[in-house]
Write a protein that binds this ligand. Structure first.
Ligand code: G3P
Length: 288
């Protein structure tokens, strides 16, 4: 599995890159805003063009940069600008296009899909972002997207908030337990003699969690041998990374804090203390 870092913070990118584990970078307007605010708080001025050039030069792998337009035409124009400005640096630009740019149901729903198709036809790779349903990923793949980014954490947030379940942002959403709860509700209804037409669902239209969303997309893409790579995004904890890795997802894009969480374990630290204490003088002499 390839590991991308989900950040626009150059300090984080450089640090993770120095560990030898980084295959790419994903950014979005919110991550750029966070990085810019950090620099401004330190009293630094930001030259955005130079800043992004630096990001592109650090890693050999793909760097996703997102458009800000809403209409296909705008997104294609902006995608071309980003590609022309930055692809020469390291030949690694991918244009992030929201799969659907509608703000509400009356808006145009296919602008993202159209932009993906147009950019891909001119040889500019795209990453279909804000994927919350397998069907969106299927359409993005049909349009020729090089990558799709299912948003694990936000799907978990949605299911938990609709069901009134309290959670903290980085908590793992235990969807196995949610399926159990759903089955119990079904059994209870059956016992009471109700005909079970639809269940009390701990899901979003049959998707139980962000991890389950990835599983579904993998199954669909495998069925039709799509080349589109899946980037597990909006990752909130190490356990999500483990589960999507077990499923064979192509890529996980991971915030810096979660990358650090992946390597840390209480018993590793405890073992480390003991090994350090137990070094005898005779063994130490080997290193003199
Ligand atoms: O990769 C998408 C990501 O940046 C969104 O993450 O935690 O804001 O849902 P989050």
């Amino acid at each position: 599995m390839k590991i991308f870092i989900d950040t626009a913070d150059i300090d984080e990118i450089e640090e993770a890159y120095s560990w030898g584990i980084l295959d790419g970078i994903t950014t979005n307007p919110s991550l750029i805003k966070k990085a810019v605010e950090k620099l401004k708080n330190k009293g630094k001025k930001v030259d955005m063009e130079e800043y992004i050039k630096k990001i592109c030069s650090i890693v050999e792998g793909p760097v996703s940069l997102e458009v800000r337009g809403i209409k296909a035409e705008e997104m294609v124009r902006e995608g071309n600008i980003l590609y022309e400005k930055f692809n020469d640096i390291n030949d690694n630009i991918v244009i992030k296009i929201p799969v659907n740019t509608a703000f509400n149901e009356n808006d145009e729903q296919f602008e993202g899909i159209k932009a993906i198709k147009e950019l891909e036809e001119t040889g500019i790779p795209t990453n279909a972002t804000l994927i919350m349903a397998p069907e969106q990923a299927l359409l993005a793949a049909k349009a020729g997207a090089s990558y799709v980014s299912p948003f694990l954490g936000r799907v978990d947030d949605y299911i938990r908030s609709v069901k009134g379940i309290e959670y903290s942002k980085m908590d793992y959403w235990d969807f196995d337990a949610s399926i159990l709860m759903e089955n119990k509700e079904r059994e209870k209804k059956a016992e009471n003699g109700y005909k079970v037409v639809s269940s009390v669902s701990y899901s979003d239209n049959g998707i139980y969690s962000g991890v389950h969303l990835v599983e579904s997309i993998i199954r669909i893409f495998d069925s039709y041998s799509y080349d589109t790579e899946i980037i597990a995004a909006s990752v909130r904890n190490a356990r999500q990374v483990r589960l999507v890795a077990e499923m064979g997802v192509d890529i996980a894009t991971i915030p810096f804090t979660v990358i650090k969480e992946m390597v840390s374990h209480y018993k590793t630290m405890e073992g480390m203390k003991k090994f350090t204490q137990d070094v005898v003088e005779e063994y130490s002499k080997l290193f003199e």
